[in-house]
Write a protein that binds this ligand. Structure first.
Ligand SMILES: O=C(O)c1[nH]c(=O)[nH]c(=O)c1Cl
Length: 310
């Protein structure tokens, strides 16, 4: 069974890696991911300046997933560019750098610096952070997304990707795909970010579970799997010459299989990684391999994007 993936000039031994935000804020965490069975590594979304993020409690594990309102805590982009400079690309694990400036200008400044370094890492531009009070998700504003992408391609000449929020209406899949299609250097779209602004209640204490935004936070884990799969399949259909990175609700080989069957080239793992640790990559890859064997598939290409309709 061959779980390898070759895409965007990269080669990965496993299609699985971390979702930005999980176990990737500090260099030691990133090194731990690089030493794990993950096929690649992505950094925590970075801003121009370091951020402490939102007041705690800001993360809670739930029966079927998680809620978070971290508020973009990160070490500032220079820290991650420095990590990207020192990273050992020769070990065959691509490095992605997630960028989420507090403004379009911040994002452009960060990408300009990244372009100047001309490193093998690829940017994933986060259009979908739901947790900075007062900061809307760019991905839900099609004009703002197009304006940002227009500016990005002028200062960042190489291949990049975007992290999208979940959409819930075919008209929105159409509109966002129309925006993204216009940028030939947009090599991948990562679907999905957490489902924003959910509210989880503690009945006994009659309190929201997290403090920021009076309890509103991004929902992750098994709760979001069906929405994630729909977004993967709909964008893969609309952007057949780009890659879709699946993200959302993967806790097992079967769920990784679902994302790839829906069209994902590779798959990110967030909540499950946060709760289980990096051993999740080995377990899920083994489960995926066993499932493929039981179905007679020897490679991921044998079933990628082949979901049918009854
Ligand atoms: O609160 C966060 O830091 C956060 N949390 C998320 O669930 N998605 C994001 O893109 C970000 Cl940036």
């Amino acid at each position: 069974i061959d779980l390898s993936v070759s895409w965007l000039g990269l080669s990965m031994a496993s299609p699985l890696f971390n979702a930005s935000g999980v176990m990737c804020r500090h260099a030691d965490e990133l090194d731990r991911l690089a030493a794990s069975c993950a096929g690649a590594v992505i950094t925590k979304s970075c801003t121009l300046e370091p951020r402490a993020g939102n007041p705690e409690p800001r993360y809670a594990a739930l029966p079927f997933g998680s809620i978070n309102s971290m508020g973009l805590p990160n070490e500032g982009f220079r820290y991650y560019l420095d990590y990207a400079r020192r990273y050992d690309y020769g070990r065959g694990k691509p490095l992605f750098v997630s960028v989420s400036g507090m403004s379009a200008d911040e994002t452009l400044t960060i990408l300009g610096e990244l372009a100047r370094l001309d490193l093998p890492c690829l940017p994933e531009v986060n259009l979908s952070c739901p947790n900075v009070p007062g900061k809307p998700q760019t991905g839900y504003d099609f004009a703002a997304s197009a304006a940002l992408l227009d500016a990005i391609v002028r200062i960042y000449p190489k291949t990049f990707g975007v992290k999208l929020p979940p959409y819930f209406d075919p008209v929105h899949f159409d509109m966002m795909a129309d925006v993204l299609r216009a940028y030939p250097t947009l090599g991948f779209v990562t679907c999905i970010n957490s489902i924003g602004n959910a509210l989880v209640v503690d009945v006994e204490r009659e309190l929201a579970l997290i403090r920021p935004k009076d309890g509103l936070g991004g929902l992750g884990g098994s709760y979001v799997l069906p929405t994630a799969l729909a977004n993967v399949r709909e964008f893969a259909r609309r952007l057949p010459d780009r890659h879709v990175v699946g993200c959302g609700g993967v806790t097992s080989g079967a769920e990784a299989f679902m994302h790839i069957l829906c069209g994902a080239t590779v798959v990110q793992i967030g909540t499950c990684l946060y709760e289980e640790g990096p051993g999740a990559f080995e377990r899920i890859a083994a489960e995926l391999s066993a499932l493929m064997r039981s179905k007679g598939y020897r490679t991921l290409d044998a079933f990628r994007g082949r979901l049918g309709t009854p």
